[in-house]
Design a protein around this ligand. Structure first.
Ligand code: NAD
Ligand code: USQ
Length: 398
């Protein structure tokens, strides 16, 4: 299969590119290196020493004998280059990771909100438009998020995309229908993903574009079997207050002796998946595309759910770390339950890496090994969701 990976220099995109190349697929990466530029803007860098793209690709060639080609352009702005690449290369599939993915970064200021909306919506729309203009039947695999749904308060397992509803018509007849599961985003970033869903539904209905939308939980871990083959292939590990996600942050904090930063009561329940399972899920999604004429295929890409305070407790018991309760900079429910269906990936053969298997290795092989690179000033989460929070006024959540 020939596959273009948009955002192939990022945390999920890089290991996915290597995994697909290792399986024998012809992989092309498109990335404008905006994530590396954001590191410069925030003066916060990956805990792991990520190599420049040229060194990454050279190392992969030495290790595997395989070539991955790289194109540096902005998918949200350079429509003509994207179209030309698709028309010239005629890929079987495009995997789309190329969005600004941090909720706190998306809430930092009006400039960051507008950048996130411009970048994410234009990237997704340009891709759909270019696929239609090319006239080619290309399978799009997109990385969405569990957060489009607002973390399940409906007292039921969150289904995979579609909800059965009963509609009472004007004549009193009762009809069953399936609709997209209602969205309830909790940040500007998550809001862009809810709009992505509508783009996919529309282009699928109007032009028959085949799309798989993967609603992924929080990804934890660093390496996959491919990125471990050479230190120049190492994946990024974000720990700063904007891009670091909760579990990897706790692992890093435990390694450097920084009390674990639980927001509020830590009653927030979220869905998680290991990076090794992310790359396997993308493989499974590519191998099982929607049929021509099929509606958008939506899968929940997660393997387990946990409450934030339980994660902190688990890591504290494992490492002896202290737990700190910090005031929550976000506007989110302080406590929630979350039940998610993930039968589709399990049926396709996903065999999940569990927290209990992987946590200790992550602390010792990554967090402790690279702890000397950490800048502890970058750990606190300084982005707030509202101006009242910025001014230090406690929040009520509806
Ligand atoms: P990342 O920021 O590490 O990677 C995204 C990559 O896309 C970066 O290399 C960036 O330079 C590139 N990019 C962004 N905008 C671009 C543009 N306009 N043109 C070209 N390249 C562009 O993020 P990630 O963690 O790898 O996430 C990838 C995708 O997966 C995102 O869409 C994110 O929403 C989704 N996702 C991530 C997680 C997670 O925990 N990391 C969880 C669920 C979903
Ligand atoms: N949290 C803490 N302490 C911290 C950091 C976070 O308690 O130090 C809490 C947050 O308040 C939140 C939860 O942990 O309640 C998750 O935060 P996060 O930063 O780990 O994850 P989130 O902002 O939801 O975003 C991440 C990725 C995003 C992806 C999303 C999947 O950055 O790209 O879409 O996870 S999901 O959460 O399922 O929507």
């Amino acid at each position: 299969m020939k596959v273009i990976i948009l955002g192939g220099d990022g945390f999920c995109g890089w290991p996915t590119s290597l995994h697909l190349s290792n399986l024998g697929h012809d992989v092309l990466i498109v990335d404008n290196l905006s994530r590396r530029n954001i590191d410069n803007e925030l003066e916060a860098h990956s805990l792991t020493p990520i190599a420049p793209m040229g060194s990454r690709l050279k190392a992969w060639k030495e290790v595997s004998g395989k070539d991955i080609r790289f194109f540096n352009f902005n998918v949200a702005k350079d429509y003509d280059r994207l179209l030309k690449l698709i028309e010239t290369e005629r890929p079987d599939a495009v995997v789309h990771f190329a969005e600004q993915r941090a909720a706190p970064y998306s809430m930092k200021s009006p400039k960051h909100k507008r950048y996130t909306v411009d970048n994410n919506l234009n990237a997704t729309h340009n891709l759909l438009c270019a696929v239609v203009e090319s006239g080619l039947d290309i399978h799009i695999v997109h990385l969405g998020t569990m957060g489009v749904y607002g973390y399940g308060t409906a007292g039921m397992k969150i289904p995979e995309g579609y909800l059965d509803v009963e509609v009472v018509t004007d004549t009193g007849e009762r009809l069953m229908q399936q609709i997209l599961y209602p969205t309830n985003p909790g940040s500007v970033y998550h809001m862009t993903k809810t709009q992505d869903q509508l783009f996919f539904a529309y282009y699928n209905k109007n032009d028959g574009v085949r799309v798989t939308d993967l609603h992924q939980g929080i990804v934890w871990g660093t390496n996959t079997s491919e990125t471990m083959a050479d230190e120049r292939l190492i994946n990024r590990f974000d720990y700063d207050g904007d891009y670091g996600t909760v579990l990897n942050r706790f692992l890093m904090q435990a390694a450097v002796g920084y009390p674990l930063t639980v927001h509020g009561t830590g009653g927030q329940t979220r869905a998680f998946i290991h990076i090794q399972d992310t790359v396997r899920c993308i493989q499974l999604a590519l191998e099982n595309p929607p049929q021509p004429g099929e509606r958008v295929k939506i899968l929940n890409q997660m393997t387990e759910t946990h409450r934030v305070r339980d994660l902190a407790k688990m890591i504290a018991e494992l490492t002896g770390a202290e737990i700190a309760r910090v005031s929550n900079p976000r506007k989110e429910a302080p406590e929630n339950d979350l039940h998610v269906r993930n039968d589709l990936f399990l049926d396709l053969g996903l065999n999940p890496t569990t927290l209990s298997e992987g946590l200790l290795a992550e602390v010792s092989d990554i967090a402790r090994k690279y702890a000397h690179r950490a800048d502890l000033d970058k750990v606190p989460c300084t982005s707030t969701w509202t101006s009242e929070q910025k001014a230090g006024v406690p929040q009520k959540v509806r």
